[in-house]
Write a protein that binds this ligand. Structure first.
Ligand SMILES: C[S@@+](CC[C@H](N)C(=O)[O-])C[C@H]1O[C@@H](n2cnc3c(N)ncnc32)[C@H](O)[C@@H]1O
Length: 202
């Protein structure tokens, strides 16, 4: 079933109106911890799904990763390009619907990262999303999913994420390696986030 969140204009208008209520104006604390952690940090090519203003994408580039940031909003990507320039890092930017990525990027990425993006898509497309993530990962590539908000809530976006339901969808395509709520976050999101790391088995 079609949903307003399927349309680029829905997202671009939010950025044009400066009304991105989820924006923290800084990189995500748990993602910074992952990048600093020798065991957890990915290497090589990472894709940031629904990269928004690009704080996490720029942070990953600062840690030496080869970053691609994709977002459907041209306005958001323009902002991130400027952010990358200000921070003296080079990133690849894609303005497109990430559901189109398998056409060009099959088996391409060592890691894919999601924060506040799974909860933003049409819930009816979550399985399609999981298949897309799996398709663009290399063998043994990692999917780093910082799930938020892990609660029942009416309507959306953000659409509430049930951790068991999310795991059931993604484990059709990937193998679940880590699930934990012992992660660093900002005060209003405490207890509302779960980190999951999946791996692609080939
Ligand atoms: C709630 S925002 C989160 C942004 C960013 N991840 C963050 O944490 O600040 C969701 C982002 O996903 C993007 N998005 C939504 N649907 C998309 C799609 N089908 N393809 C690419 N980007 C999409 C939106 O434009 C928006 O920037």
């Amino acid at each position: 079933m079609k949903n307003k969140v399927d349309h680029p204009d829905f997202w671009d208008e939010i950025y044009k109106n400066n009304s991105a209520g989820w924006d923290m104006k800084s990189p995500t604390p748990a993602f910074i911890d992952i990048l600093k952690d020798k065991k957890l940090s990915p290497s090589g090519k990472i894709l940031i799904l629904g990269s928004g203003y690009g704080y996490d994408a720029v942070e990953a580039a600062k840690h030496g990763l080869e970053v691609t940031a994709v977002d459907i909003s041209e306005t958001a990507v323009s902002f991130s390009k400027q952010l990358a320039e200000n921070n003296n890092v080079k990133l690849n930017f894609i303005v497109d619907d990430f559901f189109n990525l398998p056409q060009k990027y099959s088996g391409y990425f060592d890691a894919v990262y999601d924060y506040v993006t799974l909860c933003a898509i049409n819930p009816a497309r979550r399985e399609e999303y999981a298949a897309m993530v799996s398709e663009i990962l290399k063998c043994h590539g990692k999917f780093i999913a910082l799930l938020f908000p892990v609660e029942d809530r009416p309507g959306g976006p953000p659409y509430g994420l049930n951790v068991d339901a999310v795991s059931a969808i993604f484990t059709k395509y990937l193998s679940l390696k880590i699930t934990t709520d012992k992660i660093n976050t900002i005060k209003p999101r405490r207890g509302r986030e779960v980190l999951q790391i999946y791996s692609k088995q080939c």
